[in-house]
Design a protein around this ligand. Structure first.
Ligand SMILES: Nc1nc2c(ncn2[C@@H]2O[C@H](COP(=O)(O)OP(=O)(O)OP(=O)(O)O)[C@@H](O)[C@H]2O)c(=O)[nH]1
Ligand SMILES: [Mg+2]
Length: 207
């Protein structure tokens, strides 16, 4: 897929204010600091599109970006941000779960996982939650430039093994590096093929 345009549309804390669900949408989610915003910038080829930061917890809202006037990338706040207060974490859960569970045009959840780490409980639990809700998701291993291919492959194998404790089969996997532009063609190709089957869903309007 060729990216002709990518623009920021809106930031939201309220489900009722999201753009109408008339275009296919892909949510990027994962632990705080995993590289969601960097990946979005790498995929769209626009460096400052999504705000990145070395301080975890930068993305606090549901951010919609329109690509090629045709589909949405959604940058979500990271989960598991250790320094967030309990109330904040609870709010996060409620809000994001509501979004993921109810968004009619959501085609796939892109679950970002740090390729350097052993399976993290919070990531596995989140995948299990997606499974329970029947939401389709793929795994995107990030920061692959930070270590050898062997190490990345080992992390992926461990993660798959952990998922197979609850799932019958593992979802599709992408290996990425925002630094080196690894995985860009694969992810955009995947999104392009899913987009082809999109039909505008019935949806509720909020007055
Ligand atoms: N080497 C390397 N560093 C990366 C990569 N992706 C992200 N980073 C770095 O990791 C840090 C966090 O990246 P962000 O893209 O802001 O992460 P995020 O998941 O959006 O973070 P929050 O919005 O705070 O949850 C930044 O310092 C990035 O430069 C990558 O592929 N390779
Ligand atoms: Mg971010």
């Amino acid at each position: 897929m060729v990216i002709k345009s990518a623009e920021f549309v809106c930031s939201n804390t309220q489900i009722s204010k999201l753009p109408p669900p008339v275009k296919p949408e892909y949510a990027f989610i994962g632990r705080s600091n995993v590289g969601k915003s960097s990946l979005i910038n790498m995929l769209t080829g626009k460096k400052g599109l999504a705000k990145t930061s070395q301080t975890p917890g930068k993305t606090q809202l549901i951010n919609h970006f329109l690509v090629n006037d045709n589909w949405y990338i959604v940058d979500l706040p990271g989960y598991g941000y250790a320094r967030a207060s309990k109330t904040k974490k609870a709010d996060w859960n409620k809000f994001i779960q509501q979004y993921l569970d109810k968004r009619e045009s959501l085609q796939c959840v892109m679950v970002l996982v740090d390729s350097r780490l052993d399976p993290q409980k919070i990531d596995i639990e989140f995948c299990n939650w997606l499974g329970e809700k029947g939401l389709s998701f793929v795994l995107v291993f990030t920061k692959a430039d930070k270590q050898s291919t062997v190490k990345t492959d080992q992390s992926i194998a461990k993660f798959k093994r952990a998922l197979l404790e609850t799932f019958d089969e593992v979802p599709q996997v992408f290996i990425t590096s925002s630094e080196e532009h690894t995985g860009r063609d694969e992810i955009l190709g995947f999104i392009g093929s899913v987009n082809q089957n999109f039909e505008v869903p019935d949806y509720k309007t909020f007055d």
